[in-house]
Design a protein around this ligand. Structure first.
Ligand code: TXA
Ligand code: MG
Length: 351
């Protein structure tokens, strides 16, 4: 299969392009597209054949459910039953935006899309091209992140192409995404809403809006918990770079000194060493490849760069990676959640 890459330019031509992409989806094909979080790999959510194709293109286990993307509130009732008040409140506040809600699925949604579950994940993305595409495709687009299973989610079309070239019909290139980490997932099927995956929309924001307590899936907090996570996808080793990643947490200068010491040792052994620092610290490091994840005091910059850096280390064939740690408050919780997964939970704390 030849994969067409089409650039969204913000001109009149885009409309034709998106119409064409929409008809590919309607005919059961696959199209990758930008959202505000990461690139998605889209197929018709109501077509079981399309969902099968998505799993195949990603090399993803088919018990790992897909998120159904909608563009208009009216579409929600057709795919979700007994939508609770809390879901409506969250939708009016955060949609379109980086929030996915788990709801009871309607009969219309095939089990192939929900990985056999009785629930369905729904999100209305905030990217204008994504919204137009969903409408052009008939209203319901199933889309996991557009990476090969186990790789960091793509934040640029070039990374989608790396993983999906020859496996899907089309890639819509909308440039670099805005947020860089996947949406927050909140389960609204029980009495107490539960966050299954942290993201840009934080626990505090959800609690403020709902005026009630929101819980957090325990497996998010405890790295190597024996408890199975409630979002099936969270159990798989994810976001993994090829190099062995270790996080070093502690005071800035001590962290840099320890990373430099380790880096020297590893380079003597013939390893190629990469370091993830920040604007504030990159000058302190000595390694084969030192990258800045942005501004230490602005977590949004770090979230946006993290996956790009992990993928670039792969391209550079870095074999050992050290990273600084980040504050686990607010959006930082999502950053550390992904970084810890990428590190297989290898973290060291310096006194
Ligand atoms: O930001 C995002 O959410 C991106 C963009 C493309 O929208 N999508 C994304 O999809 O991250 P994916 O498939 O890579 O991650 C979806 C996660 C998986 O961990 C999956 O197990 C979980 O959502 N999930 C989907 N449906 C679920 C359900 N019914 N119950 C529990 N977890 C569910
Ligand atoms: Mg994913």
């Amino acid at each position: 299969m030849k994969t067409e890459v089409a650039v969204i330019e913000g001109t009149d031509n885009d409309r034709k392009l998106i119409e064409r992409a929409g008809s590919i989806l309607k005919q059961g094909g696959l199209v990758a597209f930008p959202t505000e979080t990461v690139y998605g790999l889209g197929g018709d959510a109501l077509n079981r054949e399309s969902s099968r194709k998505i799993y195949e293109a990603k090399g993803r286990p088919s018990d790992n459910p897909l998120i159904v993307h909608i563009a208009d509130m009216e579409m929600l009732g057709a795919i979700a039953d007994d939508v609770p008040e809390a879901a409506k409140t969250l939708a009016s506040k955060y949609w379109p935006g980086p929030l996915t809600m788990i709801l009871k699925k309607s009969a219309k949604v095939p089990y192939e899309t929900t990985g056999g579950l009785e629930t369905v994940a729904v999100r209305m993305p905030a990217h204008p091209a994504a919204l137009s595409l969903i409408r052009a495709a008939g209203g319901y687009v199933a889309a996991p992140s557009a990476n090969t299973s186990g790789k960091p989610s793509p934040t640029m079309a070039r990374f989608v192409k790396e993983d999906m070239d020859g496996r899907i019909d089309m890639i819509l290139d909308g440039g670099m995404v805005g947020i860089g980490l996947e949406s927050t997932i909140v389960d609204l099927t029980e009495n107490i809403p539960m966050i299954l995956r942290p993201g840009y929309i934080t626990k505090e924001m959800l609690e403020d809006t709902l005026k009630m307590q929101v819980s957090l899936d325990r497996s998010i907090l405890q790295g190597n918990s024996i408890q199975a996570p409630r979002a099936p996808g969270m159990k798989y080793r994810h976001y993994a770079p090829k190099g062995a990643l270790t996080i070093i947490a502690g005071e800035e200068k001590k962290v840099a000194a320890l990373i430099n010491e380790r880096s020297e040792e590893m380079r003597k052994r013939g390893e190629k060493v990469g370091v993830i620092g920040t604007e504030q610290t990159t000058a302190l490091y000595r390694a084969d490849s030192v990258k800045s994840a942005g501004n230490r005091n602005d977590e949004e910059t770090v979230a946006r760069e993290l996956y790009r850096i992990l993928r670039e280390f792969d391209e550079e064939e870095v074999t050992v990676i050290y990273s600084e740690a980040f504050e686990e408050t607010g959006f930082g919780q999502a950053i550390m959640n992904r970084l810890l997964k990428a590190a297989g939970h290898h973290i060291e704390y310096i006194e």
